[in-house]
Ligand binder design. Structure first.
Ligand SMILES: [Zn+2]
Length: 251
């Protein structure tokens, strides 16, 4: 009798079957048991210089939500567009975080559309695909912004909320996320440990560390703790755009 090798058994892990099912049939299915989406906001210098090399080492995907924050010309604190383009070349997703990091509640729909378009144009001129993911500055959302995002073809938009994403119930344009800011690990590790079957933890990070806004940063050694945990617990760690391979979001 043919005894399957361990490798072959691993190839038949249930989540892989589920994922294949979705790709083949386009129908709803259970997500892999443990999915984590990593997102990084504000185009911090540390994203290109510390975070991306580490993620590559761990084999993890991620989304970098870029904007030209006031002070963006200070390249000690913020990435250059060449560095952002390099993240894309290395397989990471570039998402839109508005041009000037203005909360959507302070923008009329036409102004919000112009903020989105400015980042889309910069992406195009740097060889980066048109973004399909958005992150709300300051986690502020409203229905007018949702309509603009839908009109411009955005598929995913990340908000705050401090809890896991439930694909069957949450709108993909107001995705909840859990913050990874600060030195203490209990909030994020707790959320990862407590996520129920079918729930996906979407994490919001800022700089590692964050030179312009130290309070929302995370120390590099704490960040390593998270990456080690995700690897040791066999999480599938992906960019936001890759969720479509695993879930059929609520319309
Ligand atoms: Zn931000």
């Amino acid at each position: 009798m043919n005894i399957p090798s361990r490798r072959r058994l691993a190839a038949f892990a249930p989540w892989k079957i589920a994922a294949a099912f979705v790709l083949a049939g386009g129908v709803a299915c259970a997500a892999p048991e443990k999915i984590c989406v990593l997102t990084f906001d504000d185009a911090c210098a540390s994203h290109a210089r510390t975070v991306a090399p580490l993620l590559t080492q761990y084999g993890f995907g991620a989304t970098f939500f870029v904007c030209e924050y006031p002070g963006f010309e200070n390249k000690t604190n913020y990435m250059t567009w060449a560095e952002i383009a390099e993240l894309n070349k290395n397989g990471f997703e570039i998402g839109n975080h508005t041009l000037t990091h203005t909360h959507v509640g302070k923008l009329k729909p036409a102004q919000f559309a112009a903020e989105l378009e400015a980042i889309e144009t910069r992406c195009a001129s740097n060889g980066i695909p048109r973004p399909v993911s958005f992150a709300y500055p300051g986690y502020a959302t409203n229905s007018a912004a949702l309509a603009v995002l839908r009109e411009r073809g955005y598929q995913w938009a990340r908000a705050g909320g401090g809890r896991a994403y439930r694909p069957a119930q949450d709108d993909p344009l107001t995705l909840p996320s859990v913050s990874g800011s600060g030195e203490k690990t209990d909030r994020l590790l707790g959320a990862l440990q407590q996520a129920q079957a079918g729930e996906i933890v979407v994490v919001t990070f800022h700089g590692v560390p964050d030179l312009a806004h130290p309070k929302v940063g995370v120390p590099p050694e704490t960040f390593r703790t998270y990456l080690d945990y995700l690897r040791d617990q066999h999480f599938t760690v992906i960019a936001l755009r890759d969720l479509k391979k695993f879930v059929s979001p609520k319309k």
